[in-house]
Design a binder for this molecule. Structure first.
Ligand SMILES: Cc1cc2nc3c(=O)[nH]c(=O)nc-3n(C[C@H](O)[C@H](O)[C@H](O)COP(=O)(O)O)c2cc1C
Length: 480
């Protein structure tokens, strides 16, 4: 059975030796963040801080900070299955004849199981606060030069103002006072798009921020799913069981019934303020930039909620593992559009949007460039600064193998592509302008005659089979 909520996740992690409890009193102001950073850099466990100074609420961090914990949370050891399920759904035929219908019924009913289900109440509706305040929540300050406290793992729920499709995105929020925060949804993200449509209609957009939920729902908020796919449905596809939702009290939005806390409110497009600085996942402080204001109108919560959080900084920290699962789970979807792609890696040190390495099975001249151009047009991959394309004999997860391919199969003048004035990740500290910069593509595939490579293609040095077999059979005798 999939994990239903944060408490159950804690129990399962603890049973697997993947969680520690800290009973010593700790401060939400800088201290918890530094503890978590040290634990994360040492590949340590999830940590539940049970005694937080001035707050009556435990804080959970690093819950997703290892592949093992993500396997436990998402209940799979093969994350590509998640993307494959979406690909399979797009291939499902609509049954026409009766016989066909019978054959497809089990598949169709399985699909029905993953849809979200609206309930009248749930654990998160235990308490409703109509005089809400951020002040009672142990929101962390994570770096000493940060502008203040930031919610870093809130799942920001909005509805597309025209289609009604529900979205969740993890966008950090800077707390200004008890009822006001700044919403850091970057321009290319869906929350910002929903906001822009509402703003153009002269409306404020209703928003709910969810703290803690089924692990699959948290993952769903970070996942760059294809446009038009409801993130609550994606959470159900991921955990193979639909999530339960409840209605908010002060805004017309549904939220996961098993959440810990929900902040209800709206984002006011007419109240724009400077957000930041914030110690970011690039390893630098992102300077101030203008973002709109969130106004808190109500809080739904459990009687005894847990505050789920994370901290970011120079890689590799917790978000790198979540990114790795996104990389694995979206491979089948990438292949749907670029079938020659064999494997795909976004090294954590490159904070994901910085660099991606793609291996392809090349069949025709110029194919590496075709793949780059295709991926630069695909969802959030449009923000990737550098693509390196290699042949399928190269292991994209082995940086030595990749460097070997670049240095032996690419000629800088022939195989480097630079495209100027393209959308870049908002956080890129090097782009000439915020949100606008250039792309670098390196075609590190072996060049062919059709690509104008007239020199003899050199053979790879590899051991011949007879020698390999001889040494294999005699190995024990060498005493090595
Ligand atoms: C810990 C963490 C913090 C994040 N903070 C932000 C943020 O402040 N702003 C933002 O636009 N994206 C942020 N992201 C990335 C988005 O959550 C991610 O791009 C997601 O796919 C956005 O969803 P969307 O495509 O539905 O907009 C963060 C991701 C993680 C894991």
């Amino acid at each position: 059975m999939p994990i239903e909520d944060t408490s159950e996740f804690i129990k399962v992690l603890e049973g697997a030796g993947e969680l520690r409890r800290v009973k010593t009193q700790v401060d939400a102001d800088l201290e918890i963040a530094e503890i978590l950073r040290r634990v994360m850099y040492a590949n340590g466990p999830a940590v539940l801080f049970e005694n937080v100074k001035n707050y009556d609420m435990p804080v959970l961090g690093n819950a997703f900070g290892s592949m093992k914990r993500l396997q436990i949370g998402l209940e799979t050891s093969d994350f590509t299955e998640i993307g494959q399920r979406i690909v399979d759904m797009t291939k499902m035929e609509i049954p026409s004849g009766f016989l066909n219908k019978i054959k497809k019924l089990p598949e169709l009913s399985k699909m029905g199981d993953v849809f979200p289900r609206l309930e009248k109440s749930g654990p998160v509706t235990e308490v409703f606060e109509d005089s809400p305040s951020f002040g009672k929540i142990p929101i962390l300050k994570t770096w000493h030069r940060d502008a203040g406290k930031f919610i870093t793992l809130g799942l920001v729920a909005t509805k597309h103002p025209e289609t009604g499709i529900r979205n969740l995105g993890v966008y950090r929020m800077q707390i200004i006072d008890d009822k006001t925060a700044l919403m850091h949804w970057q321009k290319h993200k869906r929350g910002a798009h929903h906001h822009d449509i509402s703003r153009d209609r002269g409306e404020k957009i209703e928003v709910a921020i969810i703290i803690g939920a089924e692990p699959a729902t948290v993952f769903s908020a970070v996942a760059p799913v294809p446009e038009g796919l409801d993130k609550y449905l994606f959470a159900g596809i991921t955990r193979q069981k639909g999530i339960k939702t409840v209605k908010c009290r002060t805004v017309d939005l549904e939220v996961p019934a098993n959440a810990e806390i929900v902040f209800e409110g709206y984002v006011d497009p007419s109240d724009i303020r400077e957000e930041g600085p914030f110690g970011d996942h690039t390893g630098y402080y992102t300077p101030t930039e203008p973002y709109p204001t969130f106004r808190l109108t109500g809080i739904l919560r459990r009687q005894k909620p847990i505050y789920l959080t994370t901290i970011v900084g120079k890689p590799v920290l917790e978000d790198a593992y979540i990114g790795k699962v996104i990389e694995r789970s979206f491979l089948p979807l990438i292949r749907m559009f670029q079938p020659e792609v064999v494997d795909f890696a976004m090294p954590a040190a490159g904070w994901f949007q910085g660099m991606a390495i793609i291996s392809i099975k090349k069949r025709y001249p110029g194919q590496a460039k075709k793949v780059m151009m295709g991926l630069w047009g695909l969802g959030q991959l449009a923000l990737t600064k550098m693509f390196v394309v290699v042949d399928d004999d190269i292991n994209v997860h082995n940086i030595d193998d990749v460097i070997w391919a670049i240095t032996t199969r690419a000629d800088p003048a022939r195989d480097t592509t630079i495209i100027n004035n393209t959308p870049t990740d908002t956080l890129d500290p090097a782009s000439p302008l915020v949100n606008l910069g250039s792309k670098l593509g390196i075609d590190a595939t072996q060049k062919t005659k059709e690509e104008g490579f007239t020199r003899e293609i050199q053979q790879k040095v590899e051991v011949d089979e007879p020698t390999k077999n001889l040494v294999n059979s005699r190995w024990p005798s060498y005493g090595l």
